[in-house]
Design a protein around this ligand. Structure first.
Ligand SMILES: NC(=O)c1ccc[n+]([C@@H]2O[C@H](COP(=O)([O-])OP(=O)(O)OC[C@H]3O[C@@H](n4cnc5c(N)ncnc54)[C@H](O)[C@@H]3O)[C@@H](O)[C@H]2O)c1
Length: 248
């Protein structure tokens, strides 16, 4: 099936690792030129080089999505290289889990900022390209945690917030032929999850309570993002697609 993505340009924040890296793999496999946009510049360069070595088109850009000037510079770099932006994947994010009474202001701010401020700043830069082209796609990476997880007040609030942001952006930009959707993954096998102290317990529990009894792989998410970015999904907007193996 042709996804109709050949020649499109996609910016993937947090694209150097985990889910973002898999999104880069899935999009470039469809002929998309990807911008691996990550705060870890070295890792972004490594990922972009890996894609280029595989005969795909990629550009690494170091960016802090919470910094307005840095995000502006990211879009300037993309414009200088390819002169357009068609797809934005707001994926950069991390957790700082703890009970609310132990949570410091910085634990709250850093998690909420990378997820919400990051998506706001990147979307604000991308929309002018989309409206000019009368075509655009935004895919925001939420999480199953938007339903609420104990020990994740900051993360759950931000991941629920990104769904509200998705719906507002879908309403505001549909007239430009722009779709805006969220993907809510369950537990996905990335370094961020492998680093968790109770990884084995989490994996065993997930296998017991997930209808499809395994942890997700980054590619499970990357493939869904590629579909939402595609021509085939042009009448899907303001929606949330759960990639959780059926666990809610
Ligand atoms: N892994 C999971 O189980 C899971 C489940 C649901 C949702 N998610 C979400 O998916 C996204 C990716 O998660 P992952 O597991 O692949 O994590 P990861 O740590 O493997 O990758 C995240 C990437 O984001 C980058 N990043 C962090 N802060 C940044 C910033 N300020 N500016 C630019 N880049 C920044 C990191 O350098 C890293 O490369 C996150 O939003 C996460 O909340 C993950």
């Amino acid at each position: 099936m042709d996804l109709g993505l050949e020649g499109r340009v996609a910016v993937v924040t947090g694209g150097a690792n985990g889910i973002g890296a898999s999104v880069c793999d899935c999009l470039t496999a469809e002929g998309v030129k990807v911008v691996v946009a990550d705060i870890n510049t070295e890792l972004a360069q490594r990922k972009a080089q890996e894609l280029i070595d595989a005969g795909r088109e990629a550009l690494a850009v170091g960016v802090d999505v919470t910094d307005a000037a840095s995000v502006k510079a990211l879009f300037e770099s993309v414009n200088n290289k390819w002169g357009r932006v068609d797809v934005l994947v707001n994926n950069a994010g991390f957790t700082r889990d703890m009970r609310i009474t132990k949570m410091q202001l910085d634990d709250w701010n850093s998690v909420v900022d990378v997820i919400l401020k990051g998506a706001f700043l990147c979307t604000r830069e991308a929309i002018p390209y989309f409206s000019r082209q009368n075509w655009g796609r935004i895919i925001n990476i939420s999480s199953r945690a938007h339903l609420g997880n104990a020990g994740q007040a900051n993360y759950s609030a931000a991941k629920a917030g990104i769904i509200g942001f998705t719906k507002a952006m879908a309403l505001e930009n549909g007239r430009f032929n722009v779709t805006v959707n969220a993907v809510a993954p369950g537990i996905i096998n990335t370094e961020a999850v492998l680093r968790l102290p109770h990884y084995e317990k989490i994996r065993e529990a997930a296998e017991k309570i997930t209808p499809i009894p395994r942890i997700g792989e980054p590619r499970d998410v990357g493939a869904v993002v590629a579909f939402l970015a595609s021509e085939l999904a042009s009448y899907v907007t303001g929606d949330v697609l759960h990639v959780t193996g059926g666990r809610y």
